[in-house]
Ligand binder design. Structure first.
Ligand code: ARG
Length: 576
């Protein structure tokens, strides 16, 4: 059962009043305000169309509001805004309604909508780097939020498991056989070394490069021994990725891994269809798509290369085949690609090509959910001191180790497995929150000390806020958090109810721009509003009916924080 937000109910109230005045097109635009509970901005635009004074129209709207409804006071402000204050009773009824409803009364606006989301996308035989971390964390949060709003989400881990580099890897392995291990960390070290050595031999020895190229041909032709060697390398890497996903606690599974190689058989047809529809043309032996507005620094058009001169297909062809399949066979209503902002041009060209080819109907949005770069302490893209990629596992291990110190200092009684588990929840939560709390297109500096600070906009701060609420509820000994709607409210209680009620609308906003940081900002503000409430309004020492109402506020705050953190992929333990 959906509980409409106070903002949306008020919007309906204002719309109805305007309709009675003969202003059917007034869009109220209700939002929170510093001067009243809410403010409606829409009168300004409506009055402009009518060529009337906005303040006069606003006064008429105020007068037309029903006197016995949820509005306690209304007035005209500024150039023609309508200020709206709600009755205590309306606020308390809303609190009771959210507590009684399943899922806090959050609606399911995504019901019936199929989203195919492409995220994580590591590359076989290469270490996952912080860019893959961002993609994985942001993608996971979007998946959880879309599903919470009733949506159907198809996850696609577009693993880089194909390409000419496999010829060199397999050939090197054949010439220098090395035993596989079952230990994940050792596996990845082995593969990373294999990659480095194969690369340098490829660059140094033309005869090896030739043999590697013949290996690519053998792989593409399906030579059994070569394909088996390729499978082994893919399986080894995939085991390692799964281990990282488990540590991170993200929803990706083996079934979601549909790598670039999965589209191989579709590539010739993709090329043929593009040619047939005259979307792609042969230029210099390569099959290319040109765009009026995409040009290089010399002014020459920069094409999207579908098929290279040597007949090979690359990254673009694979993305086109995947896109076509996601719409035609997976019936996507929306396509999301959580990928580094530096690939913006690639996606613009891929989406444009797909639209021209008729594979991407105008009703289906395709969105590059771009994100910025993770920077190191020196303000440059995050690398180790030796200039290598920072290993994701090392990063996560460090975060959990630091979290263990933070947790142990706060709670010396915690030891053994309980401490270990708490450290994991706090450490992984800190990494995720620091990533999600920054506007996604911005770069941010990876700073393990700051992300584990107990105060400020951090995951740990929110986990503590949640645990504090749980401890208040525990001390109440299960006493009833029943709402008495006839009680009078303190300003701090009103502010908390208003913030709590905005949860559902916040989730809708997150989805509108694919911006998880809006949920982070909301939860941070909620925790602060709760703190202010708790400082001013005693809960356990209060008399009835205030005690029951305040316990109800604690419960809804605790549940909102827990569900909100959960939608970011962050655990909210009852104690820290
Ligand atoms: N594997 C690529 C990389 O590591 C990212 C793939 C992004 N997804 C896609 N459908 N192109 O850069």
């Amino acid at each position: 059962m959906t509980v409409p937000s106070l903002a949306s109910s008020l919007s309906d109230t204002v719309t109805a009043a305007a309709a009675r005045l003969g202003l059917p097109d007034l869009a109220p635009q209700v939002r929170r305000s510093e001067h009243a509970d809410f403010q409606a901005d829409g009168v300004l635009a409506a009055a402009r169309l009518l060529r009337r004074s906005p303040r006069d129209v606003a006064a008429e709207v105020v007068a037309a509001l029903p006197a016995d409804g949820p509005v306690a006071a209304a007035g005209v402000a500024g150039p023609g805004f309508v200020n709206l204050d709600l009755t205590d009773r309306a606020l308390l009824a809303q609190l009771a309604g959210r507590l009684a409803a399943p899922r806090l009364g959050v609606g399911t606006p995504e019901a019936g909508v199929v989203t195919v989301i492409d995220y994580s996308q590591p590359n076989i035989a290469k270490e996952m780097h912080v860019g893959h971390l961002r993609s994985t964390i942001i993608g996971d949060a979007l998946v959880r939020i879309l599903e919470h709003l009733g949506g159907t989400v198809v996850r696609r881990n577009h693993i880089g498991d194909w390409g000419t580099q496999f010829g060199m890897l397999i050939q090197y392995q054949v010439e220098h056989p090395a035993p596989q291990t079952t230990d994940d960390a050792a596996t990845m070290r082995r593969l990373a070394t294999l990659y480095r050595q194969a690369r340098s031999e490829f660059d140094a020895d033309p005869a090896f490069a030739d043999r590697a190229r013949r290996r690519v041909v053998a792989l593409q032709a399906g030579d059994p021994a070569t394909v088996a060697a390729w499978r082994d390398i893919v399986a080894e890497s995939t085991r390692y990725f799964t281990d990282v996903y488990d540590r991170l606690g993200v929803r990706l599974t083996g079934a979601d891994a549909v790598g670039e190689s999965a589209y191989n058989t579709a590539l010739p047809d993709v090329a043929a269809e593009l040619e047939r529809r005259a979307v792609a043309v042969t230029s210099d032996g390569a099959l290319c798509v040109f765009f009026d507005d995409v040009r290089g620094p010399d002014g020459d058009p920069t094409p999207l290369i579908v098929r290279k001169r040597d007949g090979g297909f690359g990254y673009a062809a694979t993305d086109l085949a995947a896109l076509r399949q996601r719409v035609a066979e997976l019936h996507a209503d929306r396509l999301l690609y959580v990928v580094d902002a530096r690939q913006a041009l690639h996606f613009r060209m891929v989406f444009d090509t797909a639209r021209r080819a008729g594979w991407l109907p105008s009703a289906v949005p395709a969105v590059h959910v771009a994100f910025g770069t993770v920077l190191g302490p020196d303000g440059r893209p995050f690398k180790t001191r030796a200039g290598d990629t920072v290993r994701l596992v090392d990063l996560l291990t460090e975060a959990v180790d630091r979290a263990r110190e933070v947790v142990a200092a706060k709670n010396p009684g915690l030891t053994g497995a309980a401490l270990h588990e708490r450290a994991r929840q706090v450490g992984i939560g800190a990494v995720k929150y620091a990533d999600l709390a920054t506007g996604r297109t911005r770069d941010y500096t990876y700073d393990p000390q700051r992300m584990l600070a107990l105060t400020g906009n951090t995951g740990v701060y929110l986990q503590y806020a949640h645990a504090r609420v749980r401890s208040i509820l525990a001390r109440a000994g299960g006493a009833d958090a029943t709402v008495d709607p006839t009680a009078a409210l303190e300003p701090a209680e009103r502010a908390l109810i208003l913030d709590l009620d905005a949860f559902a609308d916040t989730l809708t906003e997150v989805v509108a721009g694919y911006e998880p940081h809006r949920l982070c900002a909301y939860l941070y503000r909620l925790a602060q509003t709760f703190t202010a409430f708790y400082e001013r309004c005693p809960v356990l020492r209060a008399e009835q009916p205030w005690r029951g109402n305040r316990l109800a506020l604690c419960r809804l705050t605790g549940d909102t924080l827990r569900i909100g953190l959960g939608l970011l992929g962050i655990d909210a333990p009852d104690q820290l």
